[in-house]
Design a protein around this ligand. Structure first.
Ligand SMILES: [Zn+2]
Length: 184
């Protein structure tokens, strides 16, 4: 007997990955310790402005409205993570200065997936320098939740069209997965 109409529609569980609407961007607060496991293979980052009350990616400085209004632009990097507290799935935002420890870990281990991180603020101040501690995770990376690329999630949060290219890492490194670069 052939497949009944509609039979291929049903599945036992939803596809891997979580609807972007369920994700939110999390920054480390002044007095908290943000502890969790990284789910992304590597950081992605880009320049953004805080412009007219919202985050605006600086896609092309020559045509960027915020650049023309002389609004400062800052580099941020993002990665998907599962926080230890309540197993919450979030996108963590870190500052340019906090990238280095993640980058070193990536170069050594060829992936950030599975690394346990602890973020806190120097001096427990709202905009204090981010302190990063990384250590081996306890869950093998193949047993971690699989997630898609987070660039589309970010673009949707910022209400940008999906075809806006994110700036990629400056240089290709060992361990970079083929095919993950975004078209120029
Ligand atoms: Zn700009």
């Amino acid at each position: 007997m052939g497949i009944l109409p509609g039979q291929q529609y049903f599945g036992r569980r939803p596809d891997d990955g979580v609807s972007p609407r369920q994700w939110k961007i999390r920054r480390c607060g002044a007095t908290e310790k943000l502890i969790g496991t990284c789910l992304s293979h590597d950081l992605i980052g880009g320049y953004t402005h805080w412009f007219r009350g919202r985050t605006l990616p600086c896609v092309d400085p020559s045509t960027c409205e915020a650049c023309q209004a002389s609004t400062p632009r800052r580099w941020h990097s993002w990665f998907a993570a599962k926080l230890t507290k309540f197993s919450e799935l979030v996108i963590i935002e870190i500052t340019e200065r906090a990238v280095e420890p993640f980058d070193s870990w990536f170069r050594q281990h060829r992936t950030l997936r599975g690394v346990c991180f602890e973020l806190s603020r120097k001096g427990r101040k709202e905009n204090g320098q981010l302190c990063v501690r990384l250590k081996d995770g306890v869950v093998p990376s193949d047993q971690l939740q699989s997630i898609g690329e987070i660039d589309f999630m970010l673009l949707r949060m910022w209400e940008m069209p999906d075809n806006v290219p994110m700036r990629e890492k400056k240089a290709k490194r060992d361990g970079d997965e083929p095919g993950t670069a975004v078209a120029p």
